[in-house]
Write a protein that binds this ligand. Structure first.
Ligand code: FE
Length: 302
């Protein structure tokens, strides 16, 4: 086993998106090779409906997939092809925008006005940028959860892990998307295939991810010298952990336990031409997309 080193930890930063949604961005609109095949990660946790209810009204996407995971509250969505629905707590929507979609995403809080969810953008390779749009809507009850003897819980949203497979399929970036809780004081080693680019996003509790310099195998508490990634603030913990290469990550949970997403995928390694919600390979393809938008031919007939 070779533990992946922690290359960097970084707090998600406040951003205003859509029609006035206050969210936190862990990465996005920077060097797209850094976490290839992933382009962007937003955390929309908020307890003030005024800061999220204006939502994300009609906007286009082309050339990417957007993955929405709702933890609390609901997100109403609708698109120009007539698809509509509501994502509730625990639900996932994996949207392959492909050749083009125009849609809106409108967060609604729960009865207490609280909203929490994540949106990840995954790139599509050139061969699939103009593929037909596709939705995979998954209810929380259909997401397998594995509970280990030490109390570690893993929800397998996408990909295969510890013998279970997530319900989303057929994704170009071959991603693995896991929601992991490690109980207080437990040290856990989690496999991540070597060919994947990987990051964690810590959103509850505290923990330390162990660096590659640590001894292999089971670690005693006194041997743990991983980096503290917990940064407590008024609204909780929002820390990106970017990993180097290896075949596992090891985390030690703090006294409150730690909950994080562990997301990995195969790098696409192609040129990226990116403007707003449209991500292509070349500037000419980007110009074509915006020309299609102006001419009203953005969406292919289905
Ligand atoms: Fe969108």
């Amino acid at each position: 086993m070779s533990v992946r080193p922690v290359l960097e930890t970084r707090n998600a930063t406040p951003h205003l998106e859509g029609a006035g949604v206050h969210l936190h961005r862990a990465f996005g609109f920077q060097d797209p090779s850094e976490l290839d095949p992933f382009l962007l990660f937003d955390d929309f946790r908020n307890e003030d409906p005024n800061q999220f209810e204006k939502g994300f009204p009609w906007h286009p996407h082309r050339g990417i997939e957007t993955i929405t995971y709702v933890l609390n509250g609901e997100v109403d969505h609708g698109d120009s092809l007539g698809n509509t629905g509501t994502l509730g707590a625990g639900d996932v929507q994996w949207m392959t925008a492909g050749s083009g979609i125009l849609h809106q995403e409108m967060p609604r809080g729960n009865a207490k006005g609280q909203m929490h969810g994540f949106q990840l953008w995954a790139n599509l390779p050139s061969s699939l940028k103009m593929t037909a749009p596709r939705y995979q809507d998954v209810e929380g009850k259909d997401i397998p959860e594995i509970i280990d003897d030490d109390g570690t819980r893993v929800k397998v949203i996408v990909g295969a892990f510890w013998g279970k497979s997530g319900p989303v399929d057929g994704i170009a970036a071959d991603p693995q998307y896991l929601d992991i809780y490690v109980p207080p004081g437990v040290t856990k080693t989690l496999p991540v295939d070597t060919y994947r680019r990987a990051f964690a996003y810590v959103f509850e509790g505290a923990g330390q991810f162990v660096d590659a310099s640590q001894p292999e195998g089971v670690l005693l508490e006194k041997e743990i010298a991983g980096r503290e990634v917990h940064m407590r603030d008024m609204s909780g913990n929002r820390t990106l952990v970017r990993f180097g290469t290896g075949d596992s990550v090891t985390v030690q949970a703090g006294p409150e336990g730690v909950r994080f997403l562990l997301i990995s995928g195969a790098p696409i390694q192609e040129p990226v031409a990116w403007h707003g919600p449209i991500v292509m390979n070349t500037q000419a393809e980007l110009q074509q997309a915006f020309s299609d938008l102006r001419r009203g031919t953005f969406i292919q007939p289905v």
